[in-house]
Design a protein around this ligand. Structure first.
Ligand SMILES: [Zn+2]
Length: 267
């Protein structure tokens, strides 16, 4: 217990108020789909939403710690902006219900009925980074900045935490996603190497069509399996034992057609 002489009273009051709210317990409403961000609760201090089987696509930069704000301010700013702004806009164009920026990464949440769209967004981001981003940043900075990317799927809880308003400010709040999906997608992304994407087995089980499982046949007119099993049973970071690895990007000849038809699979 904090004593009266341990902390100034105003800090003790804040802590006591939050402990009161904590003791009152929580109510959880089940939703089928991700809510509009403006509908995520903040007023009722005890209310949370629960959304089943949310898909998270998590993308961040490999090697961003090499970018220095003091030494190379303009090229560092440029790399962050080109990477994050492009990815946010690609997720938006693909109807991701929720998009957020976390440090040097961006993640999007998709509903359980959008698995092929989520996959198409990830391959699109991968193609952007491999075809445009890496070389542009390398030619300005001599640095190898690449992409970590992964997908996971699991139930999440959400509410807004912070101040609804503080004076004129509305920036002292954020959505808090409780549960493993975002965290696992981020950790899974962190073990990918350049040009690799990993997806958990619980996401992979959604992928049933040959459009997402097999190649287009280029360059040798030979259709091959795109995915390789990736064993994680010895890795204690994850609450699943198996992931699947994809190294391909959109084909220069057939990518646009495949991308469009893959998104159609969710309709
Ligand atoms: Zn092709």
């Amino acid at each position: 217990m904090i004593t009266n002489t341990q902390l100034p009273e105003k800090f003790r009051q804040i802590i006591d108020k939050q402990i009161e709210i904590y003791k009152n317990g929580r109510s959880i409403t089940q939703e089928n789909k991700l809510p509009e961000t403006s509908h995520i609760p903040i007023n009722n201090p005890n209310h949370w939403l629960k959304i089943p089987d949310v898909i998270c696509v998590f993308a961040d930069m490999i090697g961003s710690t090499k970018l220095s704000a003091s030494k190379h301010d303009k090229s560092t700013a440029g790399a962050y902006q080109l990477f994050s702004n492009t990815i946010v806009r690609l997720f938006h164009e693909l109807n991701a219900p929720y998009i957020d920026i976390k440090g040097d990464g961006v993640f999007a949440l998709f509903n359980s009925d959008q698995p092929n769209t989520a996959l198409a967004s990830a391959v699109t981001i991968k193609t952007f980074v491999n075809e445009e981003f890496i070389n542009r940043i390398k030619s300005k900075t001599e640095l190898d900045i690449g992409l970590h990317i992964a997908i996971d799927q699991k139930t999440l809880l959400v509410r807004k935490i912070g101040f609804k308003r503080y004076g004129d400010r509305t920036d002292r709040q954020n959505e808090v996603w409780a549960g493993r999906t975002v965290n696992m997608a981020s950790k899974l992304a962190s073990i990918t190497k350049q040009n690799e994407m990993l997806v958990s087995d619980r996401f992979f089980k959604n992928l049933k069509d040959d459009l997402v499982l097999k190649s287009c046949g280029c360059p040798n007119n030979e259709v091959v399996d795109l995915w390789k099993e990736y064993d994680l049973s010895d890795n204690e970071l994850f609450d699943f034992d198996k992931a699947y690895l994809l190294e391909s990007n959109w084909c220069k000849e057939h990518g646009a057609d495949f991308c469009t038809r893959i998104i159609e699979l969710d309709k």
